[in-house]
Ligand binder design. Structure first.
Ligand code: 13P
Ligand code: SF4
Length: 312
């Protein structure tokens, strides 16, 4: 029996569902029941009737699943699969930061720890951040954290003057406009796609800016044949799968390291580790009851507003 067959057998025996983010390897995405962006995966976690959620993603995603489905057992494939963006916003420092602005609404990107979510009024993902901020009254005072690039993008799109936490994702921060221009010279007809976690210089030259799901959708419906993709390389598997005749170029990192457009945390997910996670019921996510109650409110608020706005 292959490891993939073993995984499917275990999944069926234990009534587990496999959720995977677009940034995992193609092999991992190919065995998942649902592959999606952070927003869709949160929704799947909230509505699944499986007993076990096996999360092929990173810790904040598995924690979000546990918060939304506390009665289910949630497993993270690799206990070291963290997120540099979530790490750039320690809860203690964030608490002191927001205490300086007592009359502000706290909006946090889903890429945060549960402790930060517990300090938050509304969680957002890159699929709904602009729309959710836009849905608030014009005079609402807003703190946005932790991603400074997404924060700037949302502030520009909505015309809001937000207080923004100075955090970033190490993968997206190092995409450069120079690397894109070099690729564009070779393929002038290619459309440039960028995730809003990229620096402003990249967003300025992008034809389309959006979440992983939004970029994927664009590549399917747009008539262009070539795309330069400025986000984590895992999404190319899904883009190629859904548009086999089109050509996708991953933007090389400005860093001398060869594969910095890979998120090393997302790439910790492997089939072997998924089998082992289900066999041994590890790494199981446990969160305190108080944190679950506090962190659930802003996530549910996001899901409710997203449904009202037709984004889910
Ligand atoms: P999406 O919400 O667009 O899937 O992005 C998640 C993420 O981790 C981006 O780095
Ligand atoms: Fe976190 Fe960046 Fe990896 Fe996304 S790509 S999970 S933001 S480290």
């Amino acid at each position: 029996m292959t490891n993939i067959e073993k995984l499917i057998q275990l999944k069926n025996e234990k009534n587990a569902v496999i959720l995977s983010h677009y940034y995992t390897t193609g092999e991992v995405q190919s065995v998942a029941d649902f592959v999606g962006d952070s927003l869709v995966l949160s929704e799947k976690a909230a509505t699944t009737d499986a007993d076990i959620i096996l999360f092929a993603g990173v810790r904040f995603m598995a924690e979000t699943a546990k918060i939304l489905s506390p009665d289910k057992r949630v497993l993270l494939v690799d206990s070291n699969a963290g997120c540099s963006l979530a790490d750039s916003c320690p809860a203690g420092q964030f608490k002191d930061f927001i205490a300086q602005y007592p009359d502000h609404t706290v909006i946090s990107y889903v890429n945060t720890t549960s402790d930060v979510k517990a300090l938050t009024d509304i969680v957002v993902t890159s699929s709904n951040a602009v729309e959710i901020v836009d849905s608030l009254p014009k005079d609402e005072k807003i703190i946005f954290g932790p991603d400074r690039n997404l924060g700037r993008f949302v502030a520009e799109k909505t015309g809001r003057n937000m207080i923004i936490w100075d955090g970033a994702c190490h993968v997206h921060q190092q995409f450069s406009s120079e690397a894109i221009r070099i690729l564009k010279k070779e393929h002038p007809e290619a459309k440039v796609l960028a995730h809003p976690e990229c620096p402003d210089s990249v967003l300025k030259i992008a034809d389309v800016i959006g979440s992983t799901a939004a970029l994927l959708k664009f590549t399917k419906k747009d008539s262009s044949e070539k795309f330069i993709v400025s986000t984590e390389s895992g999404i190319l598997y899904q883009m190629q799968k859904e548009s086999p005749s089109k050509t996708f170029f991953s933007v090389p990192s400005s860093d001398p390291c060869k594969s910095c457009n890979d998120c090393q945390y997302m790439k910790m997910n492997t089939i072997d580790k998924m089998v082992s996670a289900l066999e041994n019921m590890k790494e199981e996510i446990f969160l305190g009851e108080e944190i679950i109650i506090k962190a659930k409110k802003p996530i549910e608020r996001m899901l409710t507003i997203s449904k009202e706005l037709g984004l889910l």
